[in-house]
Structures are given as structure tokens and as C-alpha cells.
Design a protein around this ligand. Structure first.
Ligand SMILES: Cc1cc2nc3c(=O)[nH]c(=O)nc-3n(C[C@H](O)[C@H](O)[C@H](O)COP(=O)(O)OP(=O)(O)OC[C@H]3O[C@@H](n4cnc5c(N)ncnc54)[C@H](O)[C@@H]3O)c2cc1C
Length: 437
């Protein structure tokens, strides 16, 4: 392979590009915590904010507690892809849980995109949401054969229409020749994640929820029929608690922490490209990701190529981010040699939450509600589950939620205490799978 010159570091900032495009909620006006509320929501991302909005709209007195600033987590750092389906292929979901459950879950994924669309419209959130469609590209000819089957399978099992993009027509969808065709799903959408999460925060506040930044929860204890919640800024009591801490789940909710693996994901954004070049790279502005286990995902925003991947498995640190920038740029140039001279201006990382079965889970443990395990598929799903788990809390019927209908497994043999020591091995294993599959 041709040598790619290293990134010119003076042009590149370790900064979340999306934050430069949005008025992010800040921590300059910290209000005191209330003494007692009906519900405490832990985590100020899509899950927590969407739940807080729904609960407050129903008349509940809600306090949302966020350790950092509102929207600080994955919700302002992601690729902004609003996708159909789940992390696991639907064929696997049918095999594991049967046709009825799989159909319910797939329908939830479609409803989740409608939910984002409705909230954006109702709350007037200016975040560029549109149904751009997603493109799943085949890295090998045999992947394209699998995509052919997928088109037929999705129609037969879910009455969901997706189409094939043949290798010789690929240039109508993507300005790259490295793929062997693709699958197009026009129901999926895209948005600017930071603009969306700040709009969602505004909406939750408007509904009557109080949002408390710099209020890391340090302990959570039942007392009678209430919970006492200690934070870095004092304590409060609540009748119910919802945990939406995703990849940042800590030992305050130890039982949940032991079921969620934090995994890093990283993104670079190039300088602004010319209209002509941007159009050639992605003529229809699709949300694009490839077939690999160690996958790449990319899309345009404001003529910048925003290109992500699991370049390091461990969560974001200055080190993993710097290494990821070089790796992602190399991968981007493999896909798009046209970007060889494009400056990479931003690089950042965030943490995903994977359950051991790669499924999303909602439910109740020790009387505490949770929604976790989005596995990089949470823009739409976290919004939707925040809303529907909140509705279930109001009705007291979380056990009937479709995402509560299967087990939330822990590590095999209990070999996990919250520190993901096995990630380097998982990373190597994914590389091997990409090589052979
Ligand atoms: C780089 C990257 C790219 C991604 N791309 C996509 C994509 O394109 N499409 C897609 O669908 N999904 C994507 N995802 C996944 C998606 O962003 C997440 O699934 C979603 O944002 C999860 O939302 P959340 O509200 O549950 O968690 P988060 O937004 O992560 O929020 C959790 C919050 O909990 C807070 N917290 C943790 N512990 C405590 C405590 N003790 N007290 C108070 N607060 C606490 C944290 O500070 C954090 O702000 C991506 C994720 C990353 C990291």
C-alpha cells in the first residue's frame, strides 16, 4: 500500500467537532438540588433527557443529575446516524428470541426514528434531522451475497423494504471503489448530535424537569419507600430512580456496571471540502457504515467528512484519541483516496455501552429502573427507550416492555467487575474475524 503521510498535528485539535456547531448546555448557572422529588434521572444524555421530558410532561416532579455538563457523554459525540434495526443482525435476533419478539423489537427500532422525528418537530430542534437513508457497504464479494439475502429476508420477515446497490452502480451512492456493492435503507436518518442533545435538554427543561450539571451521584440507598441519593453537591430523596448512564455507568450502580462493557469509539472530521468533492464522496448524503466487525462509519456534515471507527477498544484518553486519529485517517484514505491531502481538523472519542449479548436492556433492579446497552446504536433507541421506559414507570409496568422480555446477562463465570481487562483480546478477535469472514 502507498505510504500515507502522517497527520499535520498543527492543523488538528483534540476537540469534539460537533460542540463547535452547537450552543451546548454549560455549568455556569448551577441551581441548588431540590430536597424531594418524584423521580431522579441519572445521566444527562438522550436516555435521561428524553425520560425527564416525558415524566415532567406527565406532571411528575423530576430532577436530572449529570456528573459533568448536560449532554457531555456519547450523546454529543456520536456519528449522528439515526438507524433502523438493532446492533445484532435481525437474523440472529429471530434465532435467539423467536419471530414474535424479533418483530416487536424491529418495530420499536422503526418507532424510535419516528420518535426522534416527532420530538425534533414538536420541540423545534434545529439539528439538521432528515431521512438521508443508510448505506451498508460490502467489504468482500461474499458480503454482497449476504446483502442479497438480507434484502429478501427483511421483506419476508418484517415487510421492510431495503434495496441493493450493485458494485457497478456503486458510484451513484459513494465515491469509492473499494466496496463490492451495498445495501440501502431509506428509512434511516441523520442529525447533528450536539445540536440534538442541547435541543432535547431545552425541551426537558421546558416540560418542567430540573437539570443539574456537576451533580455526580456518589451513592444511592433505599430508605423506606424512597431512595436517598447522594451527589457531589448534596443529597435528595426520590420515589423512583432511572439510570441512563450508558458507557459511563460506574460503581454507584454496581449490579448494572457489571453487565455493561465500556468500549471506545473515535471520530475525525476533515476540513470543509469543496461542494464538488463532497458531492462525489457521498452524492446522496447517506449515513454509511461497512460490514466489518472492526467497522468504519462515516457521513458528511457541512461538507466535512466525519469518519469514525473503533480504532482503539479502550475508552477515550488523550493517548487513545491521538493514536486513533492516525489510524482513522489511514482508513479514510483507503476508502476515499481523494482525501489524501484533506486536512484532518478534529479528532475525539466517546464511550459506547455493550451488554454481553450485544442487546439493549431495560428493566428494574433493586427497584431502580434502567435503560442500557445501546452498542453504538443509541441515537434513536436511547431517545425512544427514555420515553417509553418513563411511560412504563408512570404505569408501573416495566416488565411488559418489549426490551424487558429477555435476560440481561452478566459476564460468563462472573469474570468482570467493571474493568474491561479482556478488551485487547476482543479487539484482536474482531480483527481475526474480519480477516476470515
Ligand atoms: C464516538 C461514538 C459514535 C457513535 N455513533 C452513533 C451513531 O452514529 N448512531 C447511533 O445510533 N449511536 C451512536 N453512538 C451511540 C450513542 O451515542 C449512544 O448510544 C447514546 O448517546 C447513549 O445515550 P445515553 O443518554 O444513554 O448515554 P450518554 O449520552 O453517554 O450519557 C450518559 C451520561 O451519564 C453521566 N453519568 C455517568 N455516571 C454518572 C453518575 N454517577 N452521576 C451522574 N451522571 C453520571 C455521564 O456523565 C454521561 O453524560 C455512538 C457513540 C460514540 C461514543
Amino acid at each position: 500500500m502507498e505510504q500515507v503521510p502522517r497527520i499535520q498535528k498543527e492543523n488538528m485539535k483534540q476537540q469534539i467537532y460537533w460542540h463547535t456547531t452547537a450552543q451546548m448546555p454549560d455549568d455556569s448557572n448551577l441551581t441548588p438540588l431540590p430536597e424531594k422529588v418524584d423521580v431522579v434521572v441519572i445521566g444527562g444524555g438522550y436516555t435521561g433527557l428524553s425520560a425527564a421530558r416525558t415524566l415532567a410532561k406527565s406532571g411528575a416532579n423530576v430532577a436530572l443529575l449529570e456528573a459533568n455538563t448536560i449532554g457531555w457523554g456519547a450523546s454529543s459525540r456520536n456519528g449522528g446516524m439515526v438507524l433502523t434495526g438493532l446492533k445484532l443482525p435481525m437474523q440472529t435476533v429471530i434465532k435467539k428470541y423467536g419471530r414474535d419478539v424479533a418483530r416487536q423489537l424491529f418495530q420499536c427500532s422503526l418507532d424510535s426514528i419516528d420518535t426522534v422525528e416527532e420530538i425534533v418537530k414538536e420541540e423545534n430542534i434545529d439539528c439538521g434531522f432528515a431521512r438521508y437513508g443508510h448505506l451498508l457497504t460490502a467489504n468482500k464479494p461474499k458480503h454482497y451475497d449476504a446483502l442479497k439475502e438480507e434484502v429478501e429476508f427483511m421483506d419476508r420477515e418484517f415487510n421492510h423494504k431495503v434495496t441493493l446497490v450493485a458494485p457497478n452502480e456503486q458510484r451513484t451512492e459513494i465515491g469509492s471503489d473499494i466496496y463490492h456493492g451495498a445495501l440501502l435503507d431509506e428509512v434511516s436518518g441523520g442529525l447533528n448530535p450536539a445540536q440534538y442533545v442541547s435541543g432535547l435538554a431545552r425541551a426537558a427543561g421546558k416540560a418542567g424537569a430540573t437539570l443539574h450539571a456537576r451533580a455526580r451521584v456518589t451513592s444511592l440507598e433505599p430508605r423506606g419507600n424512597r431512595f436517598v441519593i447522594q451527589t457531589e453537591r448534596g443529597s435528595l430523596q426520590a420515589e423512583s430512580v432511572l439510570v441512563g448512564t450508558s458507557g459511563y455507568t460506574g460503581n454507584v450502580t454496581k449490579k448494572l456496571q457489571r453487565k455493561v462493557i465500556p468500549i471506545g469509539s473515535f471520530i475525525i472530521a476533515t476540513e470543509r471540502l469543496s461542494d464538488e468533492l463532497a458531492h462525489k464522496l457521498s452524492p446522496n448524503n447517506r449515513m454509511i457504515f461497512d460490514f466489518k466487525h472492526y467497522l468504519n462509519y462515516f457521513r458528511l456534515w457541512d461538507n466535512r467528512m466525519v469518519f469514525g471507527g473503533r480504532a482503539a477498544f479502550f475508552p477515550e484518553t488523550a493517548n487513545t484519541i491521538a493514536r486513533s486519529a492516525e489510524i482513522l485517517r489511514r482508513e479514510m484514505i483507503q476508502v476515499y483516496p481523494q482525501l489524501k491531502d484533506a486536512k484532518v481538523e478534529y479528532v475525539w472519542g466517546g464511550t459506547l455501552d455493550f451488554a454481553f449479548d450485544q442487546m439493549t436492556h431495560v428493566g428494574e433492579v433493586d427497584g431502580i429502573h434502567y435503560s442500557l446497552g445501546y452498542a453504538g446504536h443509541g441515537v434513536a433507541m436511547a431517545t425512544y427507550l427514555g420515553k417509553t421506559v418513563a411511560e412504563a414507570m408512570i404505569k408501573g409496568n416495566i416488565k411488559e416492555h418489549p426490551f424487558a422480555s429477555f435476560d440481561f446477562p452478566g459476564a460468563p463465570l462472573g469474570l468482570y467487575d467493571g474493568f474491561p481487562w479482556f478488551l485487547p483480546f476482543a479487539g484482536m478477535w474482531h480483527k481475526v474475524l474480519d480477516w476470515v469472514e
